[in-house]
Design a protein around this ligand. Sequence first.
Ligand SMILES: Nc1ncnc2c1ncn2[C@@H]1O[C@H](COP(=O)(O)OP(=O)(O)O)[C@@H](O)[C@H]1O
Ligand SMILES: O=C(O)[C@@H](O)C(=O)COP(=O)(O)O
Length: 411
Amino acid sequence: MIAVIADDVTGGTDAASACRGAGLRTLLSFGIPLSPADEVVNVHVVALKTRSIPAQDAVRQTLDAARVLLEAGADSFYFKYCSTFDSTADGNIGPVLDALSDLLNVGSVVTTPAAPSHGRTVYRGYLFVGDKLLAESHMRNHPLTPMRDSSVLRLLGAQTARRITMLDLPVVRDDSDLLQQKITDGSTCPRYLVADAICDDDLRRLAHAIRNERFAAGSAGLISAIARERARSEAAPPALPLPTRSAVVAGSCSEATLGQIAAFKQAGFPWYELDVLATPNPEALEADALAWFDRTPTDQPALIYSSRSPEELAKIQAVLGVERSAQIIEHATAEIAAALVRRGVGRIVAAGGETSGAVVKGLKLRTGLVGREAALGVPWIHFGDAFAILLKSGNFGDRDLLVRAATQTTT
Ligand SMILES: Nc1ncnc2c1ncn2[C@@H]1O[C@H](COP(=O)(O)OP(=O)(O)O)[C@@H](O)[C@H]1O
Ligand SMILES: O=C(O)[C@@H](O)C(=O)COP(=O)(O)O
């Protein structure tokens, strides 16, 4: 079994969808599973919410999850971080990689955030988002993890004392056994090999070269290739009916989400804006939002959001602070989601990684079945027939995704 530990909830759904799409039986747990799965699965994805927390807490939670998965029979491990390398200045990715390499007793670890199908490519160690370098993309303005450098080697180098070398494109594409040699040479001394990859075939080559390694790390790109290396078959999950009453909650401030919110409003559905500056109190924000929701028609999807443009966000953060404003919003959003479900909402669509983490916590969701994708990397997760959730990375999905997900009747 492949064990995947993701540093946030939407990262977990993205990775789970990639494995499911490769035809592997995939289980997704939110938080550390309390007991091993009672069914045979090829992949168990554990989605944590460690991306923005202090490194020592992230390490502890990740190791706890890894030990449970080892006990459940995992023979290889993947640490899923964000395809835009989201991490704080005190960086979790390096410390978590160090700790997992030690636990698993591995030397060389291949890693790349490349996910070409999501528009993330790595060339000469520099990470691109579409046609822009990471630090010139919208990720410069991320509320919690603004990315102001594009070099994966420098970003990772600031977070670990271990040696980092590059597997550049000519090596990745070499048809002799150079790639394999580079990976196994000196593999007894701990180090990270940051790989270039600009198309899926580069990831396929990497996955083939590391097929006997116990540990690798990166975004959904490399785990998708690893899953395909194992499965070599593709089976689409069956279409399933979706519970009728739906609601959307959004806290992502990414360009993609702002466009999706605008499309939802244009479609004429009811919407409500959480104003944390006017009401910097989660309970009061929740009460006002629910009073509004209780007046909306039950046959229409409703949207509740806190998302703001970078300029508006900067103003809010200057008054309330980055952490405090995010905490108030996340607390309110989690409670609102739980209250919506108590009011009969059977389908929640959440936009934003941290936001989704808060929603999953509010709803106390544990382990669900990975279903069909509503957009690339955004699968429906089913909890029996009565409840389904779609957790959308802020950056993912076309402009109509929120409208489509809130109104479609089957997956
Ligand atoms: N109006 C707001 N003021 C301050 N922080 C906000 C506001 N709206 C959302 N946030 C915070 O911004 C962060 C967005 O991150 P996230 O949900 O992970 O989205 P993404 O997937 O785009 O990264 C969350 O922590 C959220 O609470
Ligand atoms: O790798 C990715 O881009 C996603 O899987 C992911 O981790 C997204 O995180 P958020 O943008 O915080 O949703």
